[in-house]
Design a protein. Sequence first.
Length: 475
Amino acid sequence: MTSSISDVAYADPAMSNASSSPDQPPRPPDEAPGRTGARRASAALRRGLGEAARWSAAAGSGLAAAAGDARTEPLFAHAPKRWMRVLPYVIALGFTATLIPVTTQVLSNDYGVGGGLAGAIGVAQAAPLLLAVSRPLAAWCIMIVADVLGTIPLFQGDAHHPSPWTPMVVVGYLALCIALALRESRRTLIGVWLVTVVASIGVGSFRDSTSQDTGVLLIVLSGGVLLLGALLRERGEAQRRLVEQETISEAERTRRTLLEERARIARELHDVVAHHMSVITVQADSAPYRLPDLPGEVREEFASIAAGARQSLTEMRRLLAVLRSEEAQGDLTPQPGLAQLQQLAEATRRGGVPTELSYPELALVRQLADVSPAVDLSAYRIVQEALANVVRHAPGARAQVSIGLEEDALLVIVVNGPAPGPLSPLESTGTGHGLVGMGERVRLVGGTLDVGPLPGGGFRVAARLPLTAPDSPTV
């Protein structure tokens, strides 16, 4: 509902032009001097309504031109439910169908206005409410002129009745003010209220002093309705902007989390690369001493390799200094791997989570020593993140870690049973920073990851990692 209020516009030139009446009917010939006051008022009202229609059409066209691409969507056009979108039409039709006969009867019985003229005034003052659903400002232009001209016959009736506005005018005008407040800007609403004040004071100066003054009543009530409606609309727009900002913030938070995980993985892998570069440098420098019979060209080639490796190592250290956080600047601990899984399982048991670790057969253990450093590190971090999630989000649940081999791939499976207590959002939905890191590490080595809740309760993390990491990560 809020989005429909904020997406609407002021006026539409096509509909404003459509509201103008056809050519003004010719003035009837003068009658005898004894023509009644009601007929004179009727003629004046017809002329006034013609001018009002042309004036409102011109005003609507001017507003549409000022607004540029004016849209005329009905109130609540983007409401989620159909009955909300239909509600403005029902309300407007209800007010119109009620006010027209009531106005006609009251003007005829209480104010002594002729039946035909009373009906015309009722239609002119109530029918614009139907237009207010999509073009409240254009409807107001018609209604304010019809209300002002409709006061002319009232001055000739009983002076003790409400004047200058009839109760029906007050009710219809307040209903229109609600539509204006839900659609128009604050500046427009102030202008509408000022016109209402001027019109009430202007026509009120012609009323009889013994009549009941309704001018002040309309000024106060219309101002209150416009103010309250504007506050409600602005509050709805503020809530909509807040929801949009929260959505943007959540997207930015997710993106930042992903970048942090990638930076962490990059720091760890750069440590591995720096170690290999150091080994290359040492081997190239020591080659002439280990192989004394090398030709001179080969010695120069090894020296060039050593120099290039040292230069690359220097640049690598500079890059690591940029990637490392302030907390990790002094951390020189070697990166862990599958060999440290037993220690990780013991630490998890001390954290209150019963953990079982299952290794492959002894004959396959040697193959685990041949995996690439990236796969070795990724497997360890996946198990670490999975166990950390169990500790944080399913305390007390039993966890089982299985490491296996399948053809040319390493299988890492972490399964935990149902938690004794209630599950957290991470455990029930499978989202969180730990799973983001797992996905990035698996993507880095070209593997696959399968995570999700188990039918009987609990959670499963299964990763399939190639024994040899690809030359370039999967993007």
